[in-house]
Design a protein around this ligand. Structure first.
Ligand SMILES: Nc1nc2c(c(=O)[nH]1)N[C@H]1C(S)=C(S)[C@@H](COP(=O)(O)OP(=O)(O)OC[C@H]3O[C@@H](n4cnc5c(=O)[nH]c(N)nc54)[C@H](O)[C@@H]3O)O[C@H]1N2
Ligand SMILES: Nc1nc2c(c(=O)[nH]1)N[C@H]1C(S)=C(S)[C@@H](COP(=O)(O)OP(=O)(O)OC[C@H]3O[C@@H](n4cnc5c(=O)[nH]c(N)nc54)[C@H](O)[C@@H]3O)O[C@H]1N2
Ligand code: SF4
Ligand SMILES: [Mo]
Length: 875
């Protein structure tokens, strides 16, 4: 124990921690619990046993006597304030504190860092006149984001903040805003902070609705609009955010939001009343029972997804219900269910800091899951070994110990080659394999033919690198896997995921801290959409729709029969439209025209429908084809829950009213259930959550009030269960895990591909999927078009310069984008994003799908290139 102003408190951490425990108010400008104390600002001066020291850098020890208020300290602090004021004109928290300390002017001769303003960046502005050199931004950038944009240069009165690249716009900044959130002096500010000054009315804690990381946000509201978003403390993001979560919230009050239902009359969509629109939807879909399909939205809440599949099954009488997991991580779910018995991430994000080796396979985490990317980067900086499997040299591939730059589409031989080394070099955990798996002897024999030396030609990866990577992963104490779409969006997607499971099983890396097989789920709630039963064969909680006992359980709750045969997946629904057996489709928040493959065919299929309903925020390309458009509410305008990629169910809390006549999606679905004659009376999403717990054992213990704080990771079998951070600790749901032999079967897309470039499609940091929300945010200033990356050598050969417009052509269609010349893609390989409707990326992609789970092969399309003189005409 020690005393702070005569109060006894525990002696742990720093003296500043002890003072805070004692409730003493001490100014501290360079303090952020997430970074080590720097002692730069000196504002937290206190007396310890009579000596004046900085509280943040002094260790608390038993017996110390700490004084936080004395005339001497007040004089020191005012002096310090006056010194600061001689060099800077701090605003923000520092400005307010200095005033409180009585430092309103300065007795020292002023030496301002005048003229140091930089407003070149679209998101972050700098005014160095305000900077007190506390270095919070330097630390936040390095120790939270893992970039090195800022440095403190010069000495004494010449000391100043600096960055590389001249204008800030040309620095390495990724606009995560961590520096702005950490800056106490107002020297760094962002577009939102400038707009938000001076006050906010209220703040709402909620969950980000972009990617599946599930960051916690503090959404600050002024009047009827969101003015600023800060990262909130949480085990997921520790207060950090990326450029989408922090800045892409203009969606809430964008003038192009849908604010009233629309019905097609005489060929055009015209405003209609809710009554008219809902009656029409109920009538048209009701009269086509057995020929209706429904797509759910992984952008929507668990409660909404649950209601949608319930309505489809008992209201429309169909199991033809699917969601974007189909085009995304359905192969992860299928592959992992086959190998381990559960199709979800085995471990938690917190394991990233516990692992001593990470295998990152087919994931561009710094762009697609930036908070996870940053956590991996920090782990690597503190010694964790990293192996990256990716045909492109991604940001994380650059810092990897081994980058296995395989040819696109060769995951199967490469993963088998890794396993062959583990087995051949005696790195197998025999005790684990014997106790908890089946199929080892067969697999050990099978993989011999994939030895790195024999698969080198096929994969393009030197055998010695494969051996190094295998040793690194297999000899780690806690080897963790994280994987992305580079694994799943292939002809052999599910099978590649089975091979990832094989690798983990061989080395006993399942069921404990710091290991596991972890798909980095894409959409904010794609985990939840699948959990809730938005799939043709599985009901809520992954219950088999073919099992009569399962159906009886649901029927008892729902009061209506559940169709007993599995429905159609999304690709099969398109086939059914062509065959005339599916004539109406209901789409909740999915823009299939822009995001499903072979979009010329998608448009033809949607046009062939007799009746199409789209429930959306914006008039997307898909919504434009609809007969009825229903205006939903964004995540900022409704309550509910999302489930992130580590199975964590977190709250979504309403910050604003929906615009115009738009309604929360769950309310619309309740109306549709009622119109289909199904009993549905829910006062709020919390009531829906209770019902979810009643029908599905993994969620039995989930209650809205239990999710305050950090949420809960399912399974949560009872109301006193704390949730499950790590799966398969003792046993697998299927008893023993399965080691599966998977042979390499080249994609049919390669049969006529001689002389073509291999196109990979994927993501950029600033935009999100169809871009409907990010293109309508300030992020458009950071990236204004879809890019096509081409290798320097190929570009030179074809006389292509950066910024040229290129047209690509495949067997299915044409697309356009801006050339980005870079050696991050290998020769003969291209990479293109799909965030802008006018580029039509998905006119190129084929209808080849994963052999097991029907996921499109977005990652392998043979194309040819031509240079075009100007940009394509926007639609
Ligand atoms: N900024 C941003 N973030 C997003 C999204 C977004 O649109 N924008 N979308 C969200 C969604 S829905 C999802 S699903 C996730 C997806 O996140 P990721 O899984 O990271 O998605 P991609 O960028 O499509 O592809 C990942 C990587 O796979 C690599 N790859 C391609 N072919 C192969 C191959 O044959 N083998 C291997 N090993 N790798 C290959 C690509 O080069 C790419 O680097 O991101 C989510 N987060
Ligand atoms: N070429 C290529 N294509 C791809 C991929 C690829 O890697 N390459 N990746 C695929 C993957 S992984 C995915 S997940 C899909 C994603 O494809 P989509 O699911 O079509 O993509 P999103 O942009 O997330 O679109 C969802 C729509 O939901 C709307 N929305 C958002 N929130 C709400 C809400 O609360 N209520 C309602 N009613 N609507 C809402 C948005 O306005 C948006 O139009 O794209 C796939 N397409
Ligand atoms: S990492 Fe994902 S969840 Fe977190 S702020 Fe960015 S988009 Fe949102
Ligand atoms: Mo996705």
């Amino acid at each position: 124990m020690l005393t702070v102003d005569a109060m006894a408190v525990e002696a742990s951490g720093s003296v500043l921690d002890a003072c805070r425990r004692a409730g003493a108010e001490i100014p501290a400008f360079c303090q952020d619990g997430r970074m080590p104390a720097g002692g730069h600002c000196r504002a937290c001066l206190v007396e310890v046993d009579g000596r004046v020291v900085a509280a943040c850098t002094t260790r608390a020890r038993s017996g110390q006597s700490v004084v936080t208020q004395s005339q001497r300290l007040r004089d020191y602090r005012r002096d310090l304030g006056e010194l600061m004021l001689s060099e800077a004109r701090p605003a923000g928290a520092v400005g307010r504190s200095l005033e409180a300390l009585g430092a309103t002017g300065t007795r020292y001769s002023p030496s301002f860092r005048a003229g140091h303003r930089d407003t070149t960046h679209s998101h972050i502005h700098l005014n160095l006149e305000r900077c007190i050199l506390c270095r919070q931004c330097v630390h936040a950038c390095e120790e939270i984001q893992g970039r090195f944009v800022f440095a403190a240069a010069g000495r004494g009165s010449d000391a100043h903040l600096t960055w590389g690249g001249g204008a800030f716009l040309r620095s390495d900044c990724v606009a995560c805003g961590a520096c702005v959130q950490a800056c106490p002096s107002g020297a760094l500010s962002d577009i939102d902070r400038e707009a938000a000054a001076p006050s906010i009315d209220r703040s709402v804690r909620t969950t980000c609705a972009y990617c599946g990381v599930g960051c916690q946000l503090d959404v600050h509201v002024k009047g009827d609009d969101v003015v600023r978003v800060d990262g909130a403390p949480s085990p997921v993001n520790h207060g950090h955010l990326c450029v989408k979560g922090r800045y892409a919230h203009a969606v809430a009050r964008h003038p192009e939001r849908l604010t009233t239902p629309l019905i097609r009359k005489n060929g055009t969509l015209q405003p209609a009343s809710w009554e008219e629109a809902l009656d029409r939807v109920a009538r048209e879909l009701g009269s086509r029972r057995g020929r209706v399909g429904a797509l759910s939205s992984s952008r929507c809440t668990n409660e909404e997804n649950y209601l949608l599949q319930k309505w489809a099954r008992i209201g429309l009488g169909t199991n033809d219900v699917d969601c974007c997991a189909r085009v995304c991580h359905a192969p992860s779910a299928a592959g992992m269910r086959h190998a381990l018995g559960t199709g979800a991430a085995t471990n938690s994000l917190a394991d990233i800091e516990c692992a001593d080796a990470i295998l990152l396979a087919g994931s561009n985490a710094t762009a697609s899951h930036p908070i996870i990317g940053a956590r991996i980067q920090q782990a690597v900086l503190s010694g964790t070994r990293l192996v990256v499997l990716d045909p492109r040299r991604t940001e994380l591939a650059r810092i990897a110990d081994v980058h296995l730059q395989l040819r696109p589409g060769t995951n199967v031989p490469l993963l088998n080659a890794l396993a062959s080394v583990v087995i051949e070099e005696g790195l197998v955990d025999r005790a684990f394999v014997d106790a908890r798996t089946t199929g080892f002897e067969r697999y050990a024999e099978f993989v011999k033919r994939f030895a790195p030396e024999s698969s080198e030609e096929l994969t393009g990866v030197p055998a010695r690198d494969v051996r190094r990577a295998a040793r690194l992963y297999a000899s780690a104490k806690r080897p963790m896997q994280l994987h992305g779409l580079g694994m799943t969006e292939h002809y052999q997607g599910s099978e590649s995921v089975m091979l990832l499971c094989n690798l983990a099983l061989l080395v006993g890396a399942i069921g404990r801290v710091g290991v596991g097989v972890n798909p980095l789920r894409g959409q904010n709630n794609v985990q939840g959409a699948a959990d809730m039963g938005c799939s043709p064969d599985l009901l809520t909680g992954y219950a088999d729709v073919c099992d009569p006992e399962v159906r009886a359980r649901f029927e008892a709750e729902w009061g209506r029969p559940v169709p007993p045969v599995p429905g159609r997946t999304l690709p099969k629904m398109y086939e059914a439209i062509r065959a005339g057996s599916l004539t109406a489709l209901f789409i909740l928040g999915e823009d299939v025209v822009q995001t499903d493959p072979n979009s010329n065919q998608v448009v033809a299929d949607l046009k062939a429908l007799e009746f199409l309903v789209v429930q959306e925020l914006f008039l997307t390309e898909t919504a434009e084809l609809a007969d009825v458009v229903l205006p939903g509410a964004s995540f900022l305008e409704k309550d509910g829950t999302f489930t992130n990629g580590e199975r964590r169910m977190q709250r979504v809390c309403c910050a604003l009213a929906p615009p115009g006549a738009a309604r929360a999606d769950w309310k619309i679905l309740v109306e549709l259930l009622q119109r289909a004659g199904c009993p549905a009376s829910y006062a709020s999403p919390a009531d829906v959550l209770l019902e979810i717990g009643r029908v599905a054992p993994p969620f039995a213990g989930v209650r809205e009030e239990r999710l305050h704080g950090d949420g809960l990771q399912w399974p949560v079998p009872s109301t006193d269960h704390p949730g499950t951070a790590i799966l398969h600790r003792e046993t697998f749901p299927i008893g023993r895990a399965r080691l599966t032999c998977v042979d390499h079967v080249p994609s049919p897309t390669l049969s006529n591909a001689d002389g073509h470039f291999m196109l990979i499609t994927g993501r950029a940091l600033e935009h999100y999927n169809n871009g409907s929300m990010t293109r309508r945010s300030p992020n458009i200033a950071l990236r204004a078009a879809d890019a096509i990356s081409i290798n320097t050598h190929d570009a030179r050969r074809l006389h292509i310069a950066p910024g040229d417009w290129l047209t690509l052509e495949s067997a299915f269609g044409k697309a356009a984008g801006v050339a980005d010349v870079s050696d991050d893609v290998a020769p003969n390989t291209l990479f293109m994003t799909f965030h802008f409707p006018e580029s039509h990326t998905n006119r190129l992609t084929s209808d080849v799908t994963d052999r097991v789970a029907d996921c499109p092969e977005y990652k392998l399309t043979p194309v040819t290139i031509t240079r075009t003189s100007s940009s394509p005409t926007p639609i």
